[in-house]
Structures are given as C-alpha cells and as structure tokens.
Design a protein around this ligand. Sequence first.
Ligand code: TA6
Length: 297
Amino acid sequence: MIELLDLKTVNSLSPSVILKRDNTGYEFIIIKHELFDAAFTLHGAHLIHFQVKQQEPLIWLSKSAIYNSEKAIRGGVPVCWPWFGAADPSLGENLPSHGFARTSTWDVSKISELSEGIEIEFKLLNNDETQKLWPFEFELTLKATLTNQIKLELISKNTGNKPFSYRAALHTYLNISAPESCLITGLNTQYNNSLKGGKTETGDSTLQIDQAIDAIYKKSPYSITLSDKKYQRVVMVENTGNDSEVLWTPWVQGAKDFKDMPDDGYQTMFCIEAAITDKAGVEVQPNTCNTLTTIIS
Ligand code: TA6
C-alpha cells in the first residue's frame, strides 16, 4: 500500500531509515533493512507496515486508509492512550475514542541500527492541546525493536506532581490470508462481549473467525497464537503489562460501514490487541513509569 503513496524523500535518518512526506506534508518513516521492510507515520507513532523478506506482511493496512491530522489510520498498530474506547465521563464530553495519542504528532527521539534489526523510539509530551483533553503531564514513549519480529513497548512516564491513571491498547491489525484459514488459541475463557453490551461470557481458549467479534478477554497466562493455514504460519502475540487482550473484526457489515476500509477488508485482517481496559486503569505515580508491551512474531 505504501508504495502507492506519492512520497518524497526529506532526509536519511540512518542507513536503513528515511523520512518521507506526501504532498500534504504528512510524514512517514520508511525502514528498509536487509532482513525486513517497515514503515511508521509520525502521526500517532503508528506502525503501518512490517514485512520480513520472503514472507507475507505481518501487519494489515487498509487500502482506503485516510492520512490526515484528524483521523487515526485504519490498520497497522494504533496507539490507544490514555484511554481505551470511550473516555471516562468525568473527563468531559466529545472526547476522541481511544484517546488522543493516535491522532497526535510524535517526534522520533532515537534510532539505533542493530546487527539484527532496528530500534526506533518516538515521543509524545503533554502540550496545551492534550491538557485540554486530559489534565496531566506525561512523557509517552513508543519503543519499537524490529528484527524478525515486532516488539512494541509503550512507556507512560508521569512527569507531573500528581498521580494519573491510564488505560490503553496497542491495537494491532494482523494480516491474514482468509478468516476461514485461521484459528486463534491461548485465550482466557472469560471475556466481555462488547457486541452484547459488555456482558461477561465464558468461551473456549480457541476461536475461529466466522462472524463479527468484539471481545475483551481477561489476560491470558499464555501467548495468543493465530495459526493461518493458507499462509502456512503461526503468528504469536505475547503481551506484558496488560490486563486483557481485545479481539476484533468488524466483519461484513462493519467493513461496509467504514469509509476507510474496503468492503472486503474484513477478509484479510484480525485484531489481537494488548490492552489495559479495567475501569480503574493503571495508576502511575509522579516520576515513575509503566510499560505495556506486545511482541508479535
Ligand atoms: O478494539 C476494538 C474496538 O474498540 C472496537 O469496538 C472498534 O471500535 C475498534 O476498536 C475500532 O475503533 P476505531 O475507533 O479505530 O474505529
């Protein structure tokens, strides 16, 4: 998809990392390493592409994704922070779903070229805009370690003088061959079904993709795997610092309803998200940090 965008090189940030811009000034980090290709946008510190050489892309990106300052990109790994889903009513009304991090412009704060890959860090600091939405001081870091796998660490640092609580998700859209080709395993058997008003249900530790799914699974003690027969691969998702895994596909009608997703988009994506969804969230004391990590391999 990215090759279809008309991007111009701005400058080289390291041997494998180039900053590019589209004709609206929207900025992309393009990574071409001998082992893999990857791409981020500075908008949302959003991983939008990861593909190990000679393999299918690991991450799904909508062919109709919208690249502007208002919207989160459909696909990749949106950074949902400092809340998941709707904001707590105590914070006010008309707040953006899934927080403001994924629609903010981040900075690249560090790039290290490793023998086996790349480490790249993005930072978002509180500013007047964020303070209007969420009255706390923070330094949010997304540290991506890309090798033959993706490791994303979302580090929330409280730089203020009062504690804050946050909820979050690394909202990973995995690329799949076809729903009927996949089987998910390793799930906790307790989940809240968001399609039934959050009702708590008991299911299996395995799941097929054969209908709309929007479920907040209690954190699993195991890695979650997505085995894909047609792609002849097993994708493993290992999460730490999370209290849940969110599984989601909009399925047929949901895909039709999204203008930034092709009608058949549901056939090649499935979300397995490392998430902090408990109502209380995670409390971070001043001058301390908390990390949410997902490793996708
Ligand atoms: O992760 C599941 C979910 O919360 C769904 O309820 C759905 O809203 C999805 O996220 C996508 O949200 P978005 O705001 O990116 O369209």
